[in-house]
Design a protein around this ligand. Structure first.
Ligand code: ATP
Ligand SMILES: Nc1ccn([C@@H]2O[C@H](COP(=O)(O)O)[C@@H](O)[C@H]2O)c(=O)n1
Ligand code: MG
Length: 222
């Protein structure tokens, strides 16, 4: 079983039910280890509507990763009636970025619940604060960063046609999200680029063609 300690650091705590021999053992996550298991994380980044969610579903189906979407986790938090729900809802509707401690706590909980050793994390880190806080709280470095590169015109067209009832899929919020992407998210991608960790995909192409390029990357990493 896993839990958060008082400092918010993720710890793995074995209980009698999990393993009676290590009843009180606690292990921090570090150097990509979680509860004694090596955990692989891939960050999936790209502008709003670039096709992150679409391609993550394909990756789950073909390569056995667990897909965690930061945006989905935040929307679920709103729908759960949590005390932060109204604040998160306002931020999303304004196309801004939710404070990192909230998003990272949701990611931590989802990783623990997932119990897997391979995660694709979609839409995170969205800004430098996300990146730095994740690095300090969850000491797992991504294997690489998958970047879906798409033109703004195409992203806007897709979002206006998405029709999933999202409060941020309207032209006013879409324009704000595109601005936030350029000002706050691209610098994170550039940071990883400077470390040689970015695998860039032309995401303007039709979805099946994009997946062929994604497949080539994941097949080679297996
Ligand atoms: N390559 C593609 N060509 C055309 N349409 C696409 C392509 N990929 C995804 N779409 C469609 O575009 C819309 C946005 O895709 P998706 O939800 O996967 O994007 P996203 O990057 O997750 O966006 P967001 O950041 O807003 O969550 C969806 O309606 C999806 O069906
Ligand atoms: N790291 C993140 C990710 C998302 N958000 C907020 O959620 C909105 C929707 O995200 P999608 O990935 O589903 O498009 C996004 O516009 C942000 O408002 C966030 O704050 N931090
Ligand atoms: Mg998405």
């Amino acid at each position: 079983m896993f839990s958060l300690n008082h400092g918010g650091i993720l710890v793995a705590m074995s209980t009698a039910m999990d393993d009676p021999d290590v009843l009180t053992e606690k292990k921090d996550i570090n150097e990509n280890m979680l509860g004694g298991k090596k955990v692989k994380i891939i960050f999936v980044l790209g502008g709003p509507g670039s096709g992150k969610g679409t391609q993550c579903s394909n990756i789950v189906e073909h390569f056995g990763f667990i897909h965690l979407s930061a945006g989905e986790l935040l929307r679920a938090e709103i729908n759960s009636g949590s005390e932060n729900g109204t604040m998160i809802d306002t931020i999303i509707t304004e196309g801004k970025i939710v404070p990192s401690e909230i998003t990272i706590k949701l990611l931590q909980e989802a990783i623990i619940k997932g119990g897997n050793d391979k995660y694709i994390i979609d839409g995170f880190p969205r800004n430098e604060e996300n990146r730095v806080v994740f690095e300090s709280v969850i000491s797992i470095s991504p294997e690489f960063v998958l970047f879906f590169d798409c033109s703004e015109e195409e992203m806007e067209r897709r979002l206006l046609g998405r029709n999933q009832g999202r409060s941020d899929d309207n032209i006013e919020t879409i324009r704000k999200r595109l601005k936030v992407f350029v000002e706050s998210s691209l610098p994170v991608i550039e940071y990883y680029e400077s470390k040689g960790m970015v695998k860039k995909i032309d995401a303007t192409k039709p979805a099946p063609e994009v997946f062929e390029d994604v497949k080539a990357i994941f097949t080679h990493m297996a």
